[in-house]
Design a protein around this ligand. Structure first.
Ligand SMILES: *[C@@H]1O[C@H](CO)[C@@H](O)[C@H](O)[C@H]1NC(C)=O
Ligand SMILES: *[C@@H]1O[C@H](CO)[C@@H](O)[C@H](O)[C@H]1NC(C)=O
Length: 428
């Protein structure tokens, strides 16, 4: 039901409106109206982003991007799009109920929608922006009923973000015990580049910040940036904020090196002094902010869950947005490096075709094992696998965790193959 066309979607959303929208008998405060107007714009952005992506990409694009099944991507994206469209409808109705006219904006997504990989990577950032926005917006809401309603949206945005972490293939599903709140101005600084034409919320966006590193960003990487009022590095400081930390890590911009131990989202600001930024939106200094935040994902602890979903990587997808710098090949190198040092389960390889794009074996949904490495199946093979345990029906095999990784099969794309070669069996 969730994977439906937009006309059915509208019919479904109508009854939801009745139950989901916060009902008030008195007028919303100016603060509450602002937060809901802001949420309205963000939800429109998300709705439009997924609608365009879903319209553009076909099943073959998702499998080419390395998804074990195109349904993993298409079902998930349709579900998320449905949620965002429903949020938009309900928030706009709430604004109308309270005498406000919902702002309607236009959006442009440019290269973010070039490929499935760039779309998935951008969606991961967009959903984190949603989480950060509702978190930061919460402190502005006067009416507890509206706060409750906003929180009920926040939890769902966080669910979306988790699934997109998994769909990246390289990220931890739940990388941190805490998220990072951002002010509406900071959110606009990140999302403003997607807004096309007038969309005046009456808020001044922070200066956008672009991370310019071309290679994988990981522990030890010197971050390089560009943005308004950033010329050289003199007198400038970078601030890396992670969830749960009370302050940002503040370093001179010319020594802005990602430290060890970070996993998952990092919010990056450039400031004009060496006072770390506070990790709450109430006390965070604004006057020293020169640009940012930008959101980057440091995927230092890849998980089996992601590898199951995105079993092979192809070189086709470039990094997506200004703030997402991890390409599939680079991500594979991270997987190799991390699994050889961290004790994380090493990835198991399928015995399907010679390269990941053509690999089309499938398990029958049992706890099946890959066919023995010595007998790789041809790409379009159908029938029983050589060990008789697996029915192969022409779809790519999902690699599964197993005690003994058979590391030497001839499987997978070049990136995954290097990960296989470099990753000794590190399972405990
Ligand atoms: C750039 O820096 C100058 C000097 O500090 C400041 O007056 C100006 O407002 C800054 N511009 C932006 C867009 O932040
Ligand atoms: C796993 O490895 C252990 C130790 O090398 C070996 O004794 C065992 O037979 C292996 N199990 C399988 C299923 O290959």
């Amino acid at each position: 039901m969730r994977y439906s066309t937009s006309s059915i979607l509208a019919a479904l959303a109508a009854p939801l409106l009745v139950s989901a929208r916060p009902v008030r008998t008195r007028a919303a405060s100016a603060n509450d109206a602002l937060v809901f107007q802001f949420a309205n714009v963000l939800e429109q952005l998300e709705t439009e982003f997924y609608a365009q992506g879903i319209a553009k990409f076909k099943d073959a694009d998702f499998t080419a991007a390395g998804f074990s099944s195109s349904l993993i991507a298409s079902q998930t994206l349709a579900t998320i799009q449905f949620d965002e469209a429903t949020h938009t409808t309900v928030i706009q109705q709430t604004l109308k109920d309270n005498g406000a006219k919902p702002l309607i904006c236009k959006f442009k997504f440019g290269s973010a929608l070039d490929t499935v990989t760039s779309m998935a990577a951008t969606a991961r950032v967009v959903e984190y922006v949603g989480v950060a926005a509702y978190l930061g917006g919460a402190v502005l809401i006067d009416d507890p009923v509206f706060l409750d309603a906003a929180a009920s949206i926040l939890t769902v945005e966080a669910r979306h973000q988790t699934v997109l972490n998994i769909m990246s293939g390289t990220g931890s599903a739940i990388p941190s015990a805490f998220d990072i709140p951002m002010t509406p101005q900071e959110i606009l600084g990140i999302a403003g580049g997607f807004i096309d034409g007038p969309c005046d919320l009456g808020l001044k966006a922070t200066n956008p910040l672009t991370v310019t590193n071309k290679d994988t960003v990981k522990a030890g990487t010197l971050l390089t940036v560009s943005g308004t009022n950033i010329t050289g590095t003199d007198g400038l400081f970078c601030n890396m904020m992670v969830g749960g930390a009370p302050f940002s890590i503040n370093l001179p911009l010319d020594k802005c090196v990602v430290p060890e131990g970070i996993n998952g989202p990092v919010a990056l600001w450039i400031t004009s002094d060496n006072n770390p930024l506070v990790n709450n939106v109430v006390n965070r200094a604004t006057t020293q902010q020169v640009a940012g935040p930008a959101i980057l994902f440091i995927d230092s602890q890849p998980e089996m869950l992601g590898q199951l979903v995105r079993s092979s990587k192809t070189g086709g997808g470039a990094s997506s947005t200004e703030t997402t710098t991890i390409t599939p090949d680079e991500a594979s190198k991270i997987i190799a490096g991390a699994s050889s040092t961290s004790g994380a389960p090493s990835s198991t390889k399928t015995a399907a075709g010679k390269d990941g794009k053509d690999g089309k074996a499938s398990t029958d949904g049992q706890n099946g094992q890959a066919a023995p490495a010595s007998t790789p199946l041809p790409p379009d093979f159908k029938g029983k696998s050589p060990d008789g345990k697996t029915t192969v029906d022409g779809i790519k095999m999902v690699p599964r965790p197993q005690a003994n990784a058979s590391a030497s099969s001839g499987a997978s794309s070049s990136g995954a193959a290097s990960s296989s070669a470099a990753a000794p069996s590190a399972t405990k």
